[in-house]
Write a protein of this length. Structure first.
Length: 65
């Protein structure tokens, strides 16, 4: 089992939101955004690499609005 950092974990939860549920995925993203070290560009980079940039970008916009 590989261990990744918090950014990858947030993107994985968003990627697997059909398994964990949208509320859990959005809660993880909201929690991450509140952290001082939160880097949304890094989240979007991971999302792009994992081919979920569209849904993650929409969720980020929703959380920030």
């Amino acid at each position: 089992m590989r261990i990744y950092g918090p950014v990858r974990s947030v993107v994985d939860v968003m990627r697997l939101r059909h398994r964990v549920g949208d509320p859990v995925a959005l809660r993880a993203l909201r929690h991450w955004v509140k952290r001082p070290e939160a880097d949304l560009a890094e989240v979007l980079d991971y999302a792009r690499a994992l081919d979920v940039e569209g849904p993650v970008r929409q969720a980020v916009e929703a959380v920030l609005s």
